[in-house]
Ligand binder design. Structure first.
Ligand code: YSA
Length: 358
């Protein structure tokens, strides 16, 4: 036989090898690779058939017939293997059919942080009364945080606000800058840019150089309120805060106004609501003192008052024509009262067991 010829023995070996490998093919990919290797256009059997022209004329009929039989055999085996694999695939898929009676998978859902939640709730109550919501910078000039609010340099009222300074206090030639200690500077910024009537609430972060305990944080949130017009009186302030306190804490709440001092209001008041845990009694039915209001029966919510005439003058308003009221309170403290939380540090300690309750 000339070169390129396959002896019947070679075809026997080829058949044995092909059937052996076919038996090992366990998936569609392996089966496809097998088909390419033995029956494909450049496969082993095709090259045998192509090489028949080089076989001696005497042997050609016998080798050709053997090669054709082998081709038919391999194709048949391939087909039945393909069917067997397909059946196996279907059998496996049937094992994993969807059971619609099983409970669905639950996906983790994010929550609104309690401070964002109370902020939204408070803003909704004030916008329903005609207030606009505005925000302002947390890094602030001394002028807006103190000077324009009637708290000049060296005024003892600066001691009420433990300040974190950006520029060192007293630094030569630099306009003093700080992290705002309250949201009240926005009263000045808003009035500088707007003509009366003004009605705004300002939620936002504030900072104080203070030790942390159950009711104090060094970063916390306040909400400021300001209304200025020709006929604004203390009665408007009281009506607004009554409406607010009852909307947030319940219709049966009592509101108490007591004299207080802030340099940017005259007169100034402290606003408290009666404690909704002990119903203003200061003690529980079992005689125990109320933990929430510390036995006083009242919970302080806001500092407030009538805008000082000097503050109106500082922004170019005529205090003989315009009057205003303002108020400011701590959002964490309000949220603590609203949701019955007894430690302010829980808000920003990132404890998911706490945050997931909201
Ligand atoms: C007063 C009169 C106005 O016409 C307008 C606003 C004000 C409030 C004033 N700007 C102010 O900041 N007053 S305050 O120092 O007494 O703080 C107001 C509220 O912030 C407090 O009642 C308390 O709820 C909260 N607060 C103060 N220091 C805090 C704090 N909350 C958490 N941590 C602290 N360290």
């Amino acid at each position: 036989m000339s070169s390129g010829e396959e002896s019947p023995l070679d075809l026997d070996r080829l058949e044995a090898e092909a059937l052996n490998l076919l038996g090992e093919a366990s998936n569609a990919g392996a089966l496809d690779a097998w088909r390419v290797r033995f029956l494909g256009r450049s496969g082993a059997l095709t090259s045998v058939l192509r090489g028949l022209k080089d076989v001696s004329p005497a042997d050609r009929p016998q080798v050709g017939a053997r090669a054709n039989r082998l081709k038919t055999t391999l194709e048949e085996f391939w087909k039945s293997k393909q069917e067997a694999l397909r059946e196996e695939e279907l059998r496996l898929a049937a094992q994993f059919t969807l059971d619609v009676t099983l409970p669905g998978k639950t996906f983790p859902v994010g929550r609104i942080h309690p401070i964002n939640r109370i902020t939204r709730e408070i803003c909704r109550i004030f916008t329903a009364m005609g207030f606009q919501v505005v925000e302002g910078p947390e890094v602030e000039w001394d002028y807006y945080n103190f000077e324009a609010l009637n708290i000049p340099k060296d005024h003892p009222a600066r001691d009420m606000f433990d300040t974190l300074w950006i520029t060192p206090e007293g630094s030569e030639g630099l306009k003093p800058m700080l992290l705002r200690t309250h949201t009240s500077p926005m009263q000045v910024r808003v009035m500088e840019k707007t003509s009366p009537p003004v009605r705004v609430v300002v939620p936002g972060r504030v900072y104080r150089y203070e030790a942390t305990d159950a009711t104090h944080e060094s970063m916390f949130h306040q909400v400021e309120g300001l209304a200025v017009d020709e006929d604004v009186t203390m009665a408007d302030l009281k009506g607004t805060l009554y409406t607010f306190a009852r909307a947030l804490f319940g219709q049966e709440r009592q509101v108490r106004f007591r004299c207080d001092y802030f340099p940017f209001v005259e007169p100034g008041v402290e606003v408290a609501v009666d404690c909704f845990v002990c119903q203003g009694k200061g003690v529980h039915a079992d005689g125990q003192g109320c933990r929430l209001c510390k036995g006083t029966g009242w919970l302080e919510v806001f500092g407030a008052g009538m805008v000082h005439p000097q503050v109106l003058r500082n922004v170019g308003y005529d205090p003989r024509r315009y009057r205003g009221f303002a108020f400011g309170g701590g959002l964490e403290r309000i949220a603590m009262l609203r949701y019955g939380i007894d430690d302010i540090r829980l808000f920003f300690s990132n404890d998911l067991r706490f945050l997931r309750q909201f």
